[in-house]
Design a protein around this ligand. Sequence first.
Ligand SMILES: *Cc1c(COP(=O)(O)O)cnc(C)c1O
Ligand SMILES: [Zn+2]
Length: 410
Amino acid sequence: MSRLVCGTCGLRLPAGSSLLQCSCGGLLEARPSPPFRGRRLRSTFDQRLATGDPTGEGSGVWRFRELLLPGRGVLISHPEGNTRLYRRDELSRWAGVADLALKHEGENPTGSFKDRGMTVAVTQAVRAGATALSCASTGNTSASLAAYAAQAGVPALVFVPRAKVAAGKLAQALCYGARVLEVRGDFDACLRLVREASAELGLTLLNSVNPWRIEGQKTIVLEMLQQRGWEPPDWIVVPAGNLGNTAAFGKALVEARELGLISRLPRLAAIQAAGAAPFYHSFRSAFKRRFRVRAETVATAIRIGDPVSYDRAARAIQQTRGVVAAVSDREILAAKAVVDGAGIGCEPASAASLAGLRQLVRRGIVGRRDSVVAVLTGHLLKDPHATRAAPTAIAPRIAEVERVLKGMRK
Ligand SMILES: *Cc1c(COP(=O)(O)O)cnc(C)c1O
Ligand SMILES: [Zn+2]
């Protein structure tokens, strides 16, 4: 049975515990103990992929269930995962590495990787008898929670920063039937409020302080490794905001090596927006200092000044000999234009990974011959206002179409 351990003081709790935080204030972590390891574990996962896995509902998350959540019971799954790896020459050329694949987590059911953590955490919450679910969100967490809460038939209360959530995400949360509270404050204020309110009012908190969110998000890395025949790339590049993914990726990699799924660790590169880069500043101080900033960036999904998974993300970077970089909004939008122009598309925060990769190659940190997987975290439609181009208005006449066409052929 996998159990929960406090990452700060080491206290142990049973996995079925409804506690999400230790009495010392530390965050809890799951310690999975699968019934077998190595080749046998790998072939269990590979067989489910090949034959469809009816008990895991064909989900790219539950395929790895021995490493996620112990016990049996209801499964709240859409299903999710099974996202593609894209290779495009123009993206490789732009970033400066020959061997580049983009894993598009925007292909999850609600359009972001948050679904992978949410299916596990909502399943655990329902099994533990939760009566109401809550989260703070820059948008995607609320969209995802709203969908899984609707499927589970449990009410959801989401806290978002007023006027700072992209239109697509807000529409999702409302349509799926969550009660949306617009807080006059930033994301960090929303998170403080929801943590207090949830503890006081008996709501089950579904932010990435919830250890089961992290367990589900490990499957981004596990699925990518499986897609590569369990041959790890040299680098994995990921946008970094609240640092749940950075922490989950490090945990997945360390566990995968301990269990004999892979024999060497890829290096992690976490990419922040320059206007929301407390983790980058900490990295530059060799993690001697923890920074908190007032965050501002076009990439609203990573507009976070006081990341909650700071400690475990720092550990992930250290364990994988990883790096943290910061990219300007201009670099982010340039990268987004390249991803969009390749016919793939993503939301602004997602493009931070490609922008960061290009910068790391130019600085000589990532080698031009290294193999790289960069994660695109969210779908293009999430943020319909982050477009550079505008439509061309015309009168309904052929001559006008002809005029436009001539302009295009130049
Ligand atoms: C949540 C989110 C992020 C940030 O991930 P963290 O785990 O908070 O670092 C990045 N991009 C998108 C699209 C997101 O929804
Ligand atoms: Zn503790």
